[in-house]
Design a binder for this molecule. Structure first.
Ligand code: UGA
Length: 430
């Protein structure tokens, strides 16, 4: 099948590469000329394990193309995916201006029947919104259908998530469109759920908000464990064995960051308020998450008192491992908080250094974790990269001026850290 994917961010680029790998002809479009030029040179605008190889293979085999023009990309495509950014406005509302601009562009070049699939995370009602925009701007009276097909991939393992999704949700208004999308996804042999457009749109937000709720719930339990002398890791393990609860997303820490959960929970809150629903449950989830960093920095401050002039080493900048993404990363919140208190900051991340150098000012970028530790009064673990789990703790300690280790992701064992000479602080345990 010929497919056009508009937007080459995480969702668009990975989806395009995977569809091409399944044997479809895929035209990826982005209005960012620099990105398209990079992709045409075989360079990736984002770091995602396995993506570069997959893109290169499909470009070489003549199944994957990159354009800056929507007209060119959609010309011979039967299905057009919209996968552009849907950021938050200050009030939490989702900004649909990029979706609207793409819908208008599609409308202006619509000259035969197309299936237009919204893959961008966008609130319930966006399917109708896209339909209205296209109807307003289309120049010819051709038919089209609008589908909602939310994406559930996670950064860092996006290709595997796209190839082996837990489920594929297709929100359609008629049977004929459902069949076309089923055909496109059939080679994956994964569970498919056909719904109406609105239900598909809600499924995406409900899923992300539920996962965010799990994280805030375990962080609430972590606070309790710290006071009660219990161990949150053991509590999460004990809960996770219950198949109704499940073990995933019960890792206590600094809270959820990234480009999805923070913005999607706020967007769902906004939608619920618009429908005059009681939002207290979700408000609590957001509040618990927002309290994670101030609480953590408060503990650092208690030990280093005063923070002013103290050297703090930060290990991990990406919002989670296996990505170079810094959007809503806890590292930025922590570093800015510490800088305000006049700490001296040294940082290292295995892949996010280049991105970080454009965002972070007044910090020292180091070559590795040991360099970060050099002369530091405290070391802070912010991202649970595997590389940090394997560090030589004795060597790390020797580099430091003071022995304080704040583990925001519970990657070390307390006894082990103490044996190496650290005074160790982690989340949800004494
Ligand atoms: C999330 C969802 O997991 C995807 O299913 C969804 O498609 C995506 O959002 C999206 O809407 O596009 P992602 O943001 O890439 O994916 O990352 P996650 O692995 O879900 O992690 C989100 C945040 O939660 C990270 O900051 C992570 O450190 C934190 N987290 C995760 C915890 O604090 N504890 C956990 O147990 C799990």
């Amino acid at each position: 099948m010929n497919v056009c994917v508009i937007g080459t961010g995480y969702v668009g680029l990975v989806t395009g590469a995977v569809f091409a790998d399944l044997g479809n002809e895929v035209y990826c479009v982005d209005n960012d000329k620099r990105k398209i030029e990079m992709l045409n040179r075989g360079e990736m605008p984002i770091y995602e394990p396995g993506l570069k190889e997959m893109v290169r293979r499909n470009v070489e085999d003549g199944r994957l193309f990159f354009f800056t023009s929507v007209a060119k990309g959609m010309k011979s495509a039967k299905v057009i995916f919209i996968a552009v950014g849907t950021p938050s406005r200050a009030n939490g509302e989702t900004d649909l201006s990029a979706v609207a601009a793409v819908a208008k562009d599609i409308a202006l070049h619509l000259d035969d029947y197309k299936i237009i699939v919204n893959k961008s995370t966008a609130p319930v009602g966006t399917g109708n919104f896209v339909r209205n925009v296209i109807e307003k701007y289309q120049r010819t009276n051709v038919e089209f259908d609008v589908v909602s097909n939310p994406e559930f991939l996670k950064e860092g393992c996006a290709i595997a998530d796209c190839l082996y999704p837990d489920r594929i949700v297709i929100g359609v208004s008629n049977h004929h469109v459902a069949m076309a999308l089923l055909e496109l996804y059939a080679p994956l042999e994964r569970p498919m759920l056909i719904t109406d457009v609105e239900s598909a749109e809600v499924i995406k937000y409900a899923s992300n908000a539920f996962l965010a709720t799990k994280i805030s719930f375990i962080n609430f339990i972590a606070n309790l464990c710290e006071k009660a002398g219990a161990d949150v890791s053991l509590v999460a393990k004990g809960m996770g064995y219950d198949s109704r609860i499940g073990k995933d997303f019960l890792q206590a820490g600094l809270g959820y960051g990234g480009s999805c959960f923070p913005k999607d929970t706020l967007s769902l809150l906004h939608t619920a308020r618009n429908f005059r629903e009681d939002t207290s449950l979700l408000e609590a989830v957001v509040k618990i998450n927002q309290e994670r960093v101030p609480k953590f920095v408060g503990r650092i401050e208690q030990k280093l008192n005063p923070i002013k002039g103290k050297v703090v080493g930060v290990l991990g900048l990406a919002f989670k491992p296996n990505t170079d993404d810094l959007r809503d990363a806890k590292s930025l919140e922590i570093i800015n908080n510490l800088l305000k208190k006049k700490a001296i900051i040294r940082v290292y991340d295995p892949v996010a250094m280049e991105n970080a150098s454009t965002i972070l000012k007044n910090v020292t970028f180091c070559k590795n974790a040991y360099e970060v530790a050099h002369g530091a009064d405290a070391l802070v673990i912010v991202t649970d990269w595997n590389e940090f789990k394997l560090l030589n703790l004795e060597k790390l300690r020797q580099e430091m001026r003071k022995p304080y280790l704040f583990d925001g992701r519970n990657i070390y064992n307390k006894e082990r850290a103490e044996r190496a000479g650290f005074e160790y602080f982690c989340i949800g345990k004494r």
